[in-house]
Design a protein around this ligand. Structure first.
Ligand code: PMP
Length: 417
């Protein structure tokens, strides 16, 4: 897509109004007002191209994969594997053997905690995470800690939301087995310096897992250039369907790791005495997979490739800067998360007004925001607040919508004054 617009030209060819035509839901009215969808960090809307691709799958291609010689099974298998190749290319993995389909980020991290954990982590071994992790990158390690008597070390962040890495090297010792860290924080917006973190961890021969749930849709990800050992993300946050996600893992690690679940497809042979496991990536894909989800995710990635991830990043950054500047002009607002580098996410609090009240009033203006702890209770604890209101932007959002948000916040302040 190479488009021009007068109203939203950002120095590159990008026509947001034309792009919005691809997203049927953006025409929805909420309580009589046009929908302003600023809950993109929770889930993104789906372009017609994804919706139609899923429809085509069910109307013309539906069959189970890998197990049939009949025509439809071959078609479904071909498309499912084409999805894997599309993802491989998108994140520049070396091989499709390193691309494992999961339900989403959460399942991918649980898979690693179970499989890598049970293979490599023993009593008193250490795992490093950060203070800004989503619960899905905390709780699986706590479950492992209980089982294995392992130790979790936490990298703190400062009051801007930047990780404090001065002492990072000092946390490592011979018992450190894994660093598991979020790329972009879903509640602060902080973009973490993962390349530097990976380099430091690797200097201690410690593998690194990157939670890319909030970065995959805004940044060009090249797993070989990053050098990460695992990278995980969810389809639904990248304009694809729910119930599908990706675990990228370096082949040599995946090969050493025990299977996560047992069942069909993940075996080579089964007898009551002994079972041998299938090759990668199937060793980690037990049972009938989410075929429709993989194919829908392929369509969403093709759609994003058509626009260009760099164009998307540049435009979303423009929206972030515009919104930050406007919101900062409201004296009652305090932005939570002012890191040096941020994704298109603004969390904020309003003096003496509970986020749920803000969210409810703005909902009546047709504006969808998320309020709460955003599954990052330790972040709320850091700032001694129960919750924030969060606006998260996508390339289909406009500056006019941000103006509506600003008016809405001013209305909330007026109601409560
Ligand atoms: N990590 C981060 C940073 C997230 O933002 C999310 C979703 N909010 C997750 C993990 C979990 O993703 P999912 O619910 O799709 O598994």
């Amino acid at each position: 897509m190479n488009l021009q617009s007068n109203s939203e030209k950002v120095g590159i060819s990008f026509d947001v109004h034309k792009i919005r035509e691809d997203f049927p839901i953006l025409k929805t009215k909420v309580r009589g007002k046009p929908l302003v969808y600023f809950d993109n960090a929770a889930t993104t809307q789906k372009p017609r191209q994804v919706i139609e691709r899923i429809k085509k799958y069910y109307e013309e291609e539906n069959s189970n994969v890998h197990r049939g010689v009949h025509f439809l099974s071959e078609v479904a298998t071909r498309e499912y594997e084409a999805a894997r190749e599309t993802i491989r290319k998108f994140i520049n993995a070396e091989s499709t053997e390193e691309i494992i389909f999961t339900k989403g980020t959460t399942e991918a991290i649980n898979l690693i905690a179970n499989s890598f954990g049970k293979t490599f982590i023993n009593e008193n071994d250490e795992i490093i995470i950060s203070e800004m992790e989503h619960h899905s990158n905390i709780v699986p390690w706590q479950l492992l800690r209980e089982e294995r008597k392992a130790i979790i070390n936490v990298i703190p962040f400062d009051d801007n939301g930047d990780l404090i890495l001065d002492d990072f090297e000092k946390i490592f010792n011979e018992r450190t087995k894994l660093v598991s860290i979020v790329h972009v924080s879903n509640s602060l917006g902080t973009v973490n310096p993962i390349k530097k973190i990976i380099e430091i961890a690797h200097s201690f021969a410690v593998p690194v897992l990157i939670d890319g749930a909030q970065s995959i849709m805004h940044n060009k990800i090249d797993v070989q250039d990053l050098g990460c050992d695992f990278f995980v993300f969810s389809g639904h946050k990248i304009y694809g369907p729910t119930g599908i996600g990706v675990l990228y893992g370096k082949r040599d690690l995946l090969e050493q790791m025990k299977p996560y679940q047992g069942g069909g497809d993940m075996i080579r042979s089964v007898t009551f005495q002994k079972t041998t496991y299938n090759d990668l990536p199937y060793k980690f894909e037990a049972g009938t997979p989410n075929i429709e989800g993989a194919i829908g995710l392929m369509a969403s990635i093709e759609y994003l490739n058509g626009i260009g991830i760099d164009q998307i990043a540049s435009y979303e950054n423009e929206l972030l800067n515009y919104a930050t500047e406007k919101i900062s002009q409201i004296p009652q607002v305090k932005i939570i998360g002012t890191a040096k580098e941020k994704g298109p996410i603004i969390s904020f609090v309003l003096e003496n007004i509970h986020p749920h009240d803000i969210g409810t009033i703005l909902d009546y203006e047709g504006i969808a925001l998320r309020t709460g702890h955003h599954c990052t209770q330790p972040v709320m604890e850091h700032f001694k607040i129960p919750a924030t209101t969060r606006a998260s932007f996508s390339f289909y959002n406009t500056k006019e919508e941000i103006d509506l948000l600003i008016q809405g916040i001013q209305k909330v302040i007026k109601v409560f004054s």
